[in-house]
Design a protein around this ligand. Structure first.
Ligand code: PLP
Length: 483
């Protein structure tokens, strides 16, 4: 970060200049905010130029802007290709989408058609993969990496065995010794992975050993598991998994924390020559604020040269490299638009702007983890701004933004007449944590959703998903609705 606080929006009282670019997809034209070429405010007006829908769309509205997913996947593949070339790395790169970040159909369809391999963590994920295989989107060349706990007698383990019948490149990643019997006894041939207990900020194997983490195998169990796999005629040890955290913002720290895992990989590779993939898991950061800084090239350079150095020392070939990109893939494709329905002073130090939805149930990380997201007006950008605080429509005192402990100022236009705003970079985890369908805090109905894709001749294709009605919410909660 260049600043001492996360920059979440426009931090001045003066209007935003015409053609201002907030980042590579948010820009200002005629006092309105555009997502690439999509005029967001236009979605809420009935008779503007460039009107796409016959009627204005209801607020609040979720935007699912699929093109950004493809851009990010291609961008990371290109970064790896460039650095592989630069440092003369003798291995391949596999971009894998960590589906837990957002498992919506349109997201998975887009990651797969943009060339990503697939990572999953539960039994319903297996059903999703099966659907995608049947649709011809999860093609035979794609890896399916099965993370998460999969006890031998559980539905996830048996579902993975069934999936093997229709897809060869499935790699169950063993988290615990109890996961091995079902794989061994199945008699089905499987490439398997082993996950080392690396979660956390440790630069030594001793640190990892002592870490309080439920993920992965302690080092002794890892060696045992490798021997069991080597002894099983149907299993082939292919992948080594070492994940150290999420949204890691320092390139050197990221690689320093991976290094004990890299050393372990090299030692394991000496004994098990079938091993050829080093999977660093998740953690790749995504821009969720406007002063985000992370040098992806530098991270890749440090990672690949460390792999070269360590593997050279142990006299083993460098591995292919896999990353499981959750937040990085999906954070920026999601936006959630609201209308300011009231502005009140209440003798507070900053005016309250009240939105027509809930901040805390739409973006649970904003109150649970004090996470920051970008917030910008969709109109009136050419007018003066003032510092404000946002309140959700619920009666919950935590339903506010910026987060309570934040030092980030939030500026929005002074003019609140028909003011609409957007939260941006909310596409990873927020919807899944808040739940899709069901009933939410203070029985606030779920918003409509607009899925945006590029169609032919540079025109957008839209697909509108209906939000919840009051009756939907009531029926979810068990109320019989009188006709
Ligand atoms: C095993 C595994 N892989 C990948 C991810 C994705 O992480 P991120 O969203 O930081 O990319 C997670 C997230 O929890 C995870 O547990």
């Amino acid at each position: 970060m260049t600043d001492s606080h996360p920059i979440v929006g426009w931090e001045k009282e003066s209007p935003v200049p015409e053609n201002y670019q907030f980042n590579d997809y948010l820009n200002v034209r005629n006092g309105r905010l555009f997502m690439e070429d999509l005029d967001l405010f236009n979605l809420f007006v009935d008779d503007g130029p460039g009107q796409v829908f016959e009627q204005s769309l209801p607020s609040p509205l979720e935007i699912v802007y699929l093109p950004i997913i493809g851009y990010r996947i291609k961008q990371m593949q290109q970064f790896f290709a460039e650095v592989i070339d630069e440092v003369g790395y003798d291995g391949r790169f596999f971009y894998t989408y960590a589906s837990k970040a957002n498992a919506a159909e349109e997201v998975i369809r887009t990651t797969l058609s943009s060339g990503a391999h697939h990572e999953m963590s539960s039994t319903v994920d297996v059903d999703i993969a099966r659907i995608m295989i049947r649709r011809g989107l999860l093609t035979p060349d794609k890896y399916i990496i099965c993370n998460g706990f999969k006890p031998s007698d559980g539905s996830y383990a048996s579902n993975i065995l069934q999936l093997r019948a229709i897809h060869e490149k499935i790699v169950p990643v063993v988290e615990d010794l109890s996961e091995l019997p079902s794989l061994i006894e199945s008699g089905l041939s499987f490439d398997v992975g082993l996950r080392l207990k690396t979660y956390g900020h440790y630069t030594t194997l001793e640190g990892i050993e002592a870490a309080n983490s439920r993920f992965g195998l302690a080092i002794e169990d890892l060696w045992k598991a490798a021997d069991y796999i080597a002894a099983a005629p149907n299993l082939n040890l292919t992948l080594f998994h070492a994940m150290v955290g999420s949204q890691i913002l320092n390139e050197a720290d990221f690689v320093a924390w991976l290094k004990p895992g890299i050393e372990t990989y090299a030692r394991l590779r000496q004994r098990h020559p079938s091993l050829h993939i080093f999977d660093f898991g998740g953690g790749m950061p995504a821009p969720m604020t406007l002063n985000f800084e992370f040098d992806y090239h530098q991270f890749i350079r440090l990672l690949l040269t460390t792999l070269q150095e360590v593997c050279g020392r142990y006299n083993v070939p460098v591995p292919d490299v896999m990353g499981e990109f959750g937040r990085y893939t999906t954070s920026e494709h999601g936006a959630h638009l609201f209308k300011i329905i009231a502005a009140k002073d209440n003798n507070s130090k900053l005016p309250w702007y009240i939105i027509d939805g809930s901040i805390m149930s739409s973006f649970p990380d904003s109150w649970a983890l004090q996470e920051h997201f970008i917030v910008l007006p969709l109109n009136h950008l050419d007018k003066p701004f003032q510092q404000v605080q946002l309140g959700g429509i619920t009666c919950d005192s935590d339903d506010v933004y910026p987060p309570k402990t934040s030092h980030s100022p939030l500026y929005l236009p002074v003019e609140t007449d028909n003011l609409h705003i957007g939260f941006f970079s909310i596409g990873a985890y927020q919807e899944m944590l808040g739940g899709v369908g069901g009933s939410k805090h203070c029985v606030v109905p779920e918003a409509y959703e607009l899925i945006v894709e590029w169609g032919e001749h540079g025109r957008y294709l839209f697909h509108l998903l209906t939000g919840q009605s009051g009756a939907d919410v009531l029926s979810n909660l068990g109320y019989q609705i009188e006709p």
